[in-house]
Design a protein around this ligand. Structure first.
Ligand SMILES: Cc1cc2nc3c(=O)[nH]c(=O)nc-3n(C[C@H](O)[C@H](O)[C@H](O)COP(=O)(O)OP(=O)(O)OC[C@H]3O[C@@H](n4cnc5c(N)ncnc54)[C@H](O)[C@@H]3O)c2cc1C
Length: 208
């Protein structure tokens, strides 16, 4: 863990937490000590209307933001899985074993077909959920469903992509190991898969 002095406003300190993937952004443990936020810095717009209090509109406003973030995470999952499929499509034609490209082995061809179909299925659902949000609907169930399905799909597809790359897949010489590590986060942040299942089932059966 590395302290990052000077990065934050007065009263805020952050310590970088090492991660196994998603190195495109840093993750911090934050400490707040006597921090005051000016009125002009209150969040508005995406995360709700100005003046929404924690007791009334505040929680609903945060929920709206979370629904958007879940559909956003589904898009990330689709993207990383799609990249894994594209790499596999190339690798199956490039890598030769037993005197022929491994893409001639039916088991691998069918695995690639399943992966491509699952990515497209998740992508279609993601577009549907994003459309609902664009129409101004809360889409709470749909956001949870697409987050659950797209991220679990990404874990499965990137895992299979590593398998199709054989030993090369487990090295840092191929991008597939990064897709595998990055996909793994998507089932955890913005609410775990278990929490998405809870949101969906609560909507269907009422809160347990
Ligand atoms: C790289 C990274 C970036 C992040 N960025 C942000 C960010 O920008 N903003 C932010 O607010 N958070 C962020 N988070 C936090 C992230 O959203 C949480 O880690 C995630 O929601 C899971 O919460 P938790 O870690 O407290 O797990 P826990 O709640 O401790 O869960 C542990 C296990 O218990 C299960 N579980 C917990 N409650 C229930 C329940 N009621 N029913 C069934 N199972 C349950 C979980 O599914 C999980 O399997 C980030 C996390 C990571 C790793």
């Amino acid at each position: 863990m590395v302290k990052e002095p000077g990065r934050f406003p007065a009263g805020v300190a952050g310590t970088v937490i090492d991660k196994i993937g998603y190195h495109g952004f840093l993750t911090f443990e934050l400490e707040l000590d006597g921090v005051r936020v000016p009125e002009s810095d209150r969040l508005t717009g995406l995360y709700g209307d100005e003046g929404a209090g924690a007791d009334a509109g505040g929680f609903a406003a945060v929920q709206r933001g979370l629904n958007i973030a879940r559909v956003h995470t589904a898009a990330r999952a689709v993207g990383v899985a799609r990249a894994a499929v594209e790499d596999c499509q190339l690798y199956l034609q490039e890598r030769e074993q037993f005197g022929r490209p491994i893409g001639e082995f039916q088991a691998l061809r069918f695995a690639l077909a399943d992966m491509a179909a699952e990515v497209n299925q998740a992508r279609a659902f993601w577009r549907q959920a994003a459309h609902l949000l664009d129409q101004g609907e809360a889409a709470e169930s749909e956001s949870a469903m697409v987050k659950l399905l797209a991220t679990e799909m990404a874990v499965k597809v990137t895992n299979q992509a590593m398998q199709l790359h054989g030993g090369n897949g487990y090295t840092t010489e191929r991008r597939v190991e990064r897709y595998w590590r990055d996909a793994r986060l998507t089932t955890i942040f913005e609410g775990t898969s278990e929490i998405q299942r809870r949101i969906i089932s609560d909507r269907m059966l009422g809160k347990a």
